[in-house]
Design a protein around this ligand. Structure first.
Ligand SMILES: [Zn+2]
Ligand SMILES: [Zn+2]
Length: 216
């Protein structure tokens, strides 16, 4: 086992060194540095799927995301797709956010898949958090007091500008989210009602929603 940990640590150090180099190269490019969460989740899910399909192993996999950079709202759709795939596979996504802000993606990932989310206030005891919270297997978790989420940030990103929004418009056909009113859905091409939201239109859309609610 120590050999395994040794190689894991070595790879992690390698990864951090390469990441630093890449960050330096990109310094002149003006963009928000966000971690490629969607890519890493997809890779982890592919790996898990491969192990499942190989047949002779019956693991109880779970994913741990350790993130220190802000969310990239442009990855919203890809991240949500990965989260729903993990939910279907019954793979909990545990997440640890290191930093001053918190990550809405990680909070939602853990909430939807039944994993644990934790954002340690201070990093002095990070190793302790990692071993006591995230290293415990699914069976043991029912016996210990894990940090309860105080609230989940359910905000979504609009499909038009990839901005995180509190309120917006949702296409009733494909559930795409937009920050402003559009005549046509850019995802599925559905044509929406008149752009002028007069009283009659607004009330009919509310009625529609009320009518549809019991079905879902
Ligand atoms: Zn938008
Ligand atoms: Zn649509």
């Amino acid at each position: 086992m120590p050999a395994l940990f040794g190689s894991l640590l070595e790879k992690l150090e390698d990864f951090i060194a390469r990441d630093e180099e890449l960050a330096k190269e990109d310094e002149h490019v003006e963009r928000i540095a966000s971690s490629l969460l969607s890519g890493s989740l997809s890779m982890a899910l592919c790996y898990i799927q491969r192990v499942f399909r190989s047949g002779h192993l019956h693991p109880q996999p779970r994913i741990l995301c350790l993130q220190g950079s802000p969310d990239g709202p442009e990855q919203y759709v890809a991240v949500m797709n990965s989260i729903f795939s993990a939910q279907r596979l019954m793979v909990p996504i545990d997440s640890c956010y290191i930093g001053t802000q918190n990550s809405a993606f990680l909070q939602q990932a853990s909430y939807i898949t039944g994993g644990v989310h934790h954002a340690p206030k201070q990093l002095d005891g990070l190793f302790q958090f990692l071993t006591t919270i995230f290293a415990t297997d699914l069976h043991t978790r029912s016996f210990i007091q894990l940090p309860k989420p105080v609230g989940v940030d359910f905000r979504a990103s609009c499909f038009c500008h990839k901005k995180t929004i509190d309120m917006g418009y949702v296409c009733s056909v494909c559930l795409s989210i937009f920050c402003e009113h559009h005549k046509k859905c850019s995802t599925c091409g559905s044509v929406f009602g008149q752009s002028k939201l007069d009283g009659a239109n607004a009330s009919s859309s509310v009625n529609d929603r009320k009518r549809k609610a019991p079905d879902s």
